[in-house]
Design a protein around this ligand. Structure first.
Ligand code: FEO
Length: 176
């Protein structure tokens, strides 16, 4: 059983993960419109991941006998100034999520809620990996430059990340 305050805070996190999923979906569609197929595939995958982050919390709240609430989602923006600004926005969003997870852990400490503290450890690792991944992409964009001539090469780099992720997932499945 979790406290009402913790239930509310976790439901707010559900809303944050769902908003990220919709924002990334909108970004994927923008990349598709611009012919950036590698970046589009990457953002579709990120969108699906955020949905899975949301569901993980949803199930957790039910497991501890709380009431998980489906969130109301505000319409995300549909237009982005450039691929660099898009990834800067993703990175900023991920940093906000990390901060929110830290706040949840503060609440766990305040309430001596060791169960939720334990549950949230997965998110700490996930956020570290996601922030590192977005920084890698931004570093590549800075190196390549983001003028019209560079878009093809940026997209190729992001597609290489897609391929590496798919290969790592296939390896993980083989190990099971
Ligand atoms: Fe679920 Fe990337 O925050």
């Amino acid at each position: 059983m979790i406290s009402q305050r913790m239930e509310q805070a976790l439901n707010a996190q559900i809303e944050m993960e769902a908003s990220a999923s919709f924002l990334y979906l909108s970004m994927a569609a923008w990349c598709d419109r611009k012919g950036l197929n590698g970046a589009a595939r990457f953002m579709y995958r990120q969108s699906a991941e955020e949905r899975s982050h949301m569901l993980r919390i949803f199930h957790y709240i039910s497991d501890v006998d709380g009431a998980a609430a489906t969130p109301g989602i505000r319409q995300p923006p549909h237009d982005f100034a450039s691929i660099r600004e898009l990834f800067e926005e993703v990175y900023a969003h991920e940093q906000k999520v990390t901060h929110a997870i830290h706040k949840l852990l503060d609440l766990c400490n305040e309430e001596d809620d060791y169960t939720t503290h334990n549950f949230l450890q997965w998110y700490i690792t996930e956020q570290r990996e996601e922030e590192a991944l977005m920084r890698t992409i931004l570093d590549k964009i800075r190196l390549i430059g983001d003028g019209p001539q560079s878009l093809y090469f940026i997209d190729k780099e992001v597609e290489a990340i897609n391929q590496a992720t798919a290969a790592a997932e296939a390896d993980a499945e083989e190990e099971i």
